[in-house]
Structure formats: C-alpha cells, structure tokens
Design a protein around this ligand. Structure first.
Ligand SMILES: Cc1cc2nc3c(=O)[nH]c(=O)nc-3n(C[C@H](O)[C@H](O)[C@H](O)COP(=O)(O)OP(=O)(O)OC[C@H]3O[C@@H](n4cnc5c(N)ncnc54)[C@H](O)[C@@H]3O)c2cc1C
Length: 375
C-alpha cells in the first residue's frame, strides 16, 4: 500500500467512478466523489452485461442486488429477419456461481451502485464539480465551483467520453470519433418468448430485445448514418417503427406495435475513443470512458470501466510508489480495453458495409471468450 495515497478525489459518479469509490473505501482511503448531475444518473434505458461484468459486480459486492433486480440470460439467439433461428451462442462461463450474461435498467444499476458508495463511506457531492486543478510532487490542489478548495494525494478522472479532466491533463489526446452508426433503444414489456437475448440480423440493420427484469425488456436497433444527426424527439417513435418494418418476424412486429410515447425511445450516435498509454500524469489518472469509450457491439463499455476501478484499487494496494502503481494499472488494462474498443468498432464497420457475417460472428465469439478470461 502506498503511504502517500490517503485522500482521493474522484471526478464523475458514473459506473466507473462509483466502482472506484467502493473499492478505495474498502481499503480505508478517504474518498471524495463529485458528480455534476444533481440526480446522479436517474435516467436511461437498459444496459446489457456479460459474465465479466457480473464477475466485476461480485467483486464490488453488488451481484446479489443485480440478480434480484435485473435479469439473467444464458445465451444470445441470432435470428434471420423473417424469424428463423440461425444460431444460439451460449454466454461463456466466467465462474461457477456467476451467470454468463444479463441486463438491467440503467437507473436501477446506478441506484444499486450509489447506495453501495454511500454505505462504503465515500463523501459525495452532487450537482457539483471542480473549476481548476494544479498538481505538484506531493499532491493535487483542487478548486471547486463554489470557491472552496482542498488538497488530494490522487485525483481519478472518471468523467466520461467528453472528460474535462482529460482535456486539461492531456490536451493532445485523441478526441471521440463518430463511427457512422447510431443505436435506437426503447423500453417495452418483456415478451414471454424472450428467455435469451434475441437479435435479428438483416442485410444492413440489426435489432434485438434483451430482458431487463421479470416484466421489462429493452429493444435496440442499429442504423448507419453518414453524418452524426440529432433527431427531434417527436419524430423518434414513427422513425423507429418504420425501421422495424424491415423485420417481418412476428415477434419484432408485435414489439413494434407496442412502441408509443411511453416507450422512452432514444437515438444515440455512436462514438469511439482509445487514448494511448500512459493514462496518468503525476497524481492524476483517468479511467473508464474518459480513456476508452466503445460502441455497444460487445455490450462491454461499462464492464471495462468497472474493471479499471477494481484493478486500479488493487495496484494502489500492491506498490510502494504511486508512479509504479499507475504504470502497472495501465499495463494491466491496455490490451483488454484496446480489444473491446477496436473489435466493437470493427463489428460496426462490418454492419455498415453489409460485410462478412462469418467474420462478425467470429469476432463476437472470440471477444466474448477473451472477456471471460481473468482480469
Ligand atoms: C448507446 C450506448 C449503449 C451502451 N450499451 C452498453 C451496454 O449494453 N453494456 C455496457 O457494458 N456498456 C454499454 N455502453 C457503454 C457504457 O454506457 C459506458 O462505457 C459506461 O457508462 C461508461 O461509464 P463511465 O463511468 O466511464 O462514464 P459515464 O457513464 O459517462 O460517467 C461519467 C460521469 O461523470 C459525470 N461528469 C462529467 N463531467 C463531470 C465533471 N466535470 N464533474 C463532475 N462530474 C462529471 C457525468 O455526469 C457522468 O455521471 C453503451 C454506450 C452507449 C453510447
């Protein structure tokens, strides 16, 4: 354990920042977290999680809550647009008592995590952020929005894909890049047929349904658009229904008929980002989407951010200098995060080009197997 790290500031209370807070508090570190969103992530549709994410939930101590409030799916069914089952891909196991995959409503997961953060003893300020930071060899002096200031041994920037902390720390780092694809999502009643994740793959479009609880599921549909577009809210429901017409499968048509203004329909252009190592300078380190934002093709963006938090805490506990701990953290994380960002990007590209479905399947399978490996 590094003696010089006794007080840490985490900027951003998303899944990565909350996970870091839980793990650092367990090690007796005085942990402060600032989150700019006063409602602390009370909105959003569903999130899919693989076995590796569920393994990370176990490490955080929230697997039981997930199993109570989320949903578990043993496999992915790949289906033709007309409804014929093409193949069932089992989610690779990651441990005896850990399911291979599942899904949950984002606000439900955020609530489970935020409760754990508070129980762990982190000092949380919501609707709040910093205005500037200056670091020297012994610490980081942080000025907050309300004019107050404080000093920390380490600052963790977990402030997402548009991270201000990254902009300040690494102004020359790559910027998020639009991938040419976006995803539609809607919250629907869980269809009784859906015991696995179901995905209908058309020549250009792909849609799917993932159960998130006993009675809810979320529908997704990926569509390519050359230019990053903002879609007016009132056009979303009719546009999604129109896109679903290209899937004659009876279940897709039943779900399309259920979509209305209460379905929380969203359109989100997809972006990717992979910042080369090192992910730290001095006493400020970046984790999660701030350094590796991925498209959702492997449903693993949250997974690798949460794993960052777990590995960072482990490395802080097992080195005598901060520089060595932060170097070891990046080296342990790089290959896995690169794989997720680049393979997800390649899957999107194959979909946009209407490319080789066999390559798509192989990348999916190999990536899921790689993710099942220990971190
Ligand atoms: C459409 C879509 C679907 C996805 N689906 C999945 C999926 O199914 N499974 C999966 O594993 N991943 C999925 N992902 C990826 C996943 O959502 C992200 O990788 C994950 O949420 C990143 O978490 P994070 O905590 O690193 O960043 P964020 O979730 O972006 O959290 C950053 C936090 O920092 C706060 N913040 C920002 N700036 C400041 C500041 N200056 N001061 C204080 N706070 C600040 C923000 O309010 C936010 O709460 C998806 C992504 C997209 C775009």
């Amino acid at each position: 354990m590094i003696d010089s790290v006794q007080k840490v500031l985490i900027v951003g209370g998303g899944f990565s920042g909350m996970s870091a807070a839980i793990q650092l508090c367990k090690q007796g570190i005085e942990t402060h977290l600032v989150e700019i969103d006063a409602n602390w992530r009370a909105e959003g549709a569903g999130i899919s999680v693989g076995g590796a994410t569920l393994r990370a939930f176990k490490a955080l101590g929230i697997l039981d809550e997930f199993l109570e409030q989320g949903s578990v799916q043993p496999a992915l069914e790949v289906i033709a647009p007309t409804g014929q089952l093409i193949q069932t891909i089992p989610n690779p196991p990651v441990g005896d008592d850990i399911p291979g995959g599942g899904a949950i409503m984002r606000p439900v997961l955020a609530k489970i995590l935020s409760k754990k953060v508070m129980e762990a003893g982190a000092k949380v300020r919501l609707g709040y952020s910093y205005s500037s930071m200056v670091q020297d060899a012994d610490g980081v002096s942080v000025k907050f929005e309300d004019g107050s200031d404080d000093r920390f041994d380490l600052v963790i920037g977990a402030d997402g894909v548009y991270s201000n902390t990254r902009e300040w720390l690494m102004p020359d780092a790559p910027k998020p890049r639009y991938t040419g694809q976006g995803v539609w999502r809607a919250v629907l009643p869980r269809p009784p047929e859906a015991s696995n994740t179901m995905m209908w793959v058309g020549p250009k479009l792909k849609t799917g349904i993932n159960p998130m609880s006993k009675d809810q599921a979320y529908l997704f549909l990926t569509e390519d658009k050359e230019v990053k577009e903002r879609i007016p809210e009132e056009q979303m429901v009719p546009m999604l229904k129109k896109l679903l017409e290209t899937f004659p499968a009876p279940l897709v048509q039943t779900m399309a008929a259920q979509i209305d203004d209460s379905s929380q329909v969203q359109w989100r252009p997809l972006e990717g980002l992979l910042v080369p190592l090192p992910w730290f300078q001095g006493r400020v380190v970046l984790i999660g989407d701030a350094v590796h934002a991925t498209t959702p093709h492997l449903a693993s963006g949250a997974c690798i951010g949460i794993e960052d938090a777990i590995v960072l805490a482990e490395e802080l506990a097992s080195h005598s200098t901060l520089n060595n701990a932060l170097t070891a953290f990046g080296e342990r994380r790089w290959e896995r995060c690169r794989m997720v960002v680049e393979n997800s990007g390649r899957l999107g590209q194959i979909e946009i080009e209407g490319g080789d479905k066999q390559e798509h399947g192989t990348i999916m399978r190999e990536s899921m197997q790689a993710l099942a490996q220990p971190i």
